[in-house]
Design a protein around this ligand. Structure first.
Ligand SMILES: NC(=O)C1=CN([C@@H]2O[C@H](COP(=O)(O)OP(=O)(O)OC[C@H]3O[C@@H](n4cnc5c(N)ncnc54)[C@H](OP(=O)(O)O)[C@@H]3O)[C@@H](O)[C@H]2O)[C@@H](O)CC1
Ligand SMILES: Nc1ncnc2c1ncn2[C@@H]1O[C@H](COP(=O)(O)OP(=O)(O)O)[C@@H](O)[C@H]1O
Ligand SMILES: [K+]
Length: 483
């Protein structure tokens, strides 16, 4: 499991460690790790041109000490001081002793453009809001220039806690982060600004009683969650998932959701709805029922909503069932908040799987607000509905019912998944995992993980269809369980 902690938690861990470690030790550890990463990026340090962008806090201090290390290895290191009177004094002295210099006012942008490496030490976890005005031209010069941009701890200008990038921010190729991952490094839009993230252990202790803000499953975590049939299993014991989806207008959504469900670990898939013919033509193994959800036969979980149109009665019947339910697409619009909350009160799990547009409609805000503040949006929805929520998109997040605790962030996926119907495959897959007995959060995060991997396997740099993604789920599953 990869975990990310809020700035408040990182600061608390830092205070504890500082009380035990020798003065300045943490910054030296950070600077050593930063300099090593910079050397890796440069390949050849001797003779390279390095420019440090140095703000007024410790983030700038890290950059200055790392710059001093690179200067001692023969790099030409120059510092641009954003607040000349307030740059980290010890770091500046170290840089000067190592032969580095400060860029005179006026020449900074040209210097940045010509550098082989730009080290962004403008601001780290002490920052608020986007870059200040005086820093913006430097960030732009770094982007225009030919050099590699390495951000210190965080790309300056992004929000460490939320992943928001409300104003201008530095676009890094690599971010070297210290002590703990910060949520912003894992959640878009900030994640995109960070480039490749490298972690430097400086001895911070974030485990124990400290709750991560965000956590990302890895292969081994997902492997532990996935159901494995035992010798005495039969199709019913493995779990039956019901899919109530599709309409005369959108039969394909039913076919795709069933396609996902068949590959998600349940022993059987029961389909209810007007697209039975289309479903059977593509997936003859489906148990198709002519009756509504309440009379279709026993299931251990339901998926409701993909392509459902305006069929509120079906959604209502499914929500009344005392088994876990995954609500997607049209179902989200048709499921009243009281009906969903009532399920929570009965102790029956619900997993809602909106994309940003659907989440925005449920919250009564603009889509852009959800996309720029995903973490807050997913927590808010999970709180309002008292249900687990999986918010889809460039970063997929899964919050537990109520919205508290660590939010799962999905580390797999590819933008090629932004193709019609791929969400239907995800909902079937997630419902199948619910039927196999996973909790709502585990089913959602394992489904997103497998779906993202399947998307990558299917795409490999070329466009994919939702069916291609469904077809590669078994390969994703095998890759996860083989480690
Ligand atoms: N955690 C750890 O264990 C360790 C942490 N370490 C390092 O310390 C860093 C945190 O250092 P920090 O606390 O000094 O804050 P920092 O990020 O340098 O920024 C504060 C300065 O930025 C300014 N400023 C604010 N907003 C701004 C904006 N939008 N645009 C531009 N400027 C802005 C603000 O200025 P002011 O408001 O005072 O004018 C203030 O002076 C951390 O990220 C890591 O790199 C390591 O050394 C080792 C161990
Ligand atoms: N930019 C992106 N990067 C990665 N994954 C994406 C991106 N955009 C969408 N996705 C994924 O593609 C799927 C699309 O689902 P959805 O929006 O419900 O589409 P549909 O309704 O057509 O099935 C989701 O799994 C989502 O997380
Ligand atoms: K920075």
């Amino acid at each position: 499991m990869r975990t990310a902690y809020s700035v408040e938690t990182v600061r608390a861990a830092e205070r504890e460690l500082m009380a035990r470690a020798p003065e300045g030790a943490l910054m030296q550890r950070a600077a050593a790790g930063l300099a090593a990463a910079c050397a890796d990026v440069l390949g050849r340090v001797y003779g390279s041109r390095v420019v440090l962008l140095v703000g007024s806090g410790d983030n700038g201090g890290d950059a200055l000490y790392a710059g001093a290390r690179l200067a001692r290895r023969g790099a030409g290191v120059r510092a641009v001081l954003l607040a000349p009177g307030r740059a980290h004094a010890g770091g500046l002295a170290a840089l000067r002793r190592a032969g580095g210099s400060v860029v005179a006012a006026g020449g900074a942008e040209a210097c940045v453009e010509q550098a082989d490496l730009v080290v962004d030490g403008i601001v780290g976890i002490g920052g608020k809001g986007g870059l200040r005005e005086e820093a913006v031209p430097l960030a732009e010069a770094a982007r225009r220039g030919r050099g590699v941009v390495v951000a210190v701890d965080l790309p300056s200008g992004v929000d460490a806690d939320t992943g928001e990038a409300r104003g201008a921010a530095v676009r890094a190729d690599v971010t070297v982060t210290f002590g703990a991952y910060k949520p912003g490094l894992l959640i878009d839009p900030a994640r995109e600004y960070a480039g490749v993230v490298r972690f430097v252990d400086i001895g911070l202790e974030t485990g124990g009683a400290r709750t991560p803000e965000v956590e990302a499953l890895q292969h081994a975590d997902v492997a532990r969650l996935l159901p494995v049939p035992a010798a005495e299993s039969d199709k019913y014991r493995r779990g039956v998932v019901g899919v109530a989806a599709g309409s005369a207008r959108y039969p394909g959504a039913a076919v795709l959701a069933v396609g996902g469900a068949l590959r998600g670990g349940a022993g059987a898939v029961r389909y209810v709805g007007p697209a039975g013919g289309a479903v059977l033509a593509r997936h003859p193994e489906t148990l198709v029922s002519e009756r509504g959800p309440a009379r279709a036969g026993r299931v251990q979980a339901w998926v409701v909503g993909p392509g459902a149109g305006d069929d509120a009665a079906t959604v209502g019947e499914v929500l009344a069932a005392d088994v876990p339910v995954l609500i997607d697409a049209d179902g989200l619009r048709l499921a009243g908040v009281e009906a969903v909350r009532a399920r929570g009160a009965r102790g029956v799990p619900t997993l809602m799987t909106p994309h940003a547009g659907e989440a925005a409609a449920l919250l009564g805000v603009e889509r852009e607000e959800v996309e720029s503040g995903r973490l807050a949006a997913v927590r808010e929805l999970a709180g309002r509905y008292g249900a687990a929520v999986l918010l889809k998109g460039s970063t997929t997040l899964v919050a537990q019912a109520g919205g508290g605790g660590a939010v799962r962030v999905n580390p797999t996926g590819t933008p090629w998944l932004a193709t019609a119907g791929s969400g239907d495959v995800l909902s079937g897959l997630g419902g199948s995992l619910l039927a196999a007995g996973l909790s709502a959060v585990d089913a959602g995060s394992a489904a997103a993980y497998l779906h993202g991997l399947a998307g990558r396997f299917a795409a490999e740099g070329a466009p994919v269809s939702a069916e291609d993604v469904a077809a590669r789920i078994p390969e994703a599953w095998r890759s996860v369980v083989r480690g």
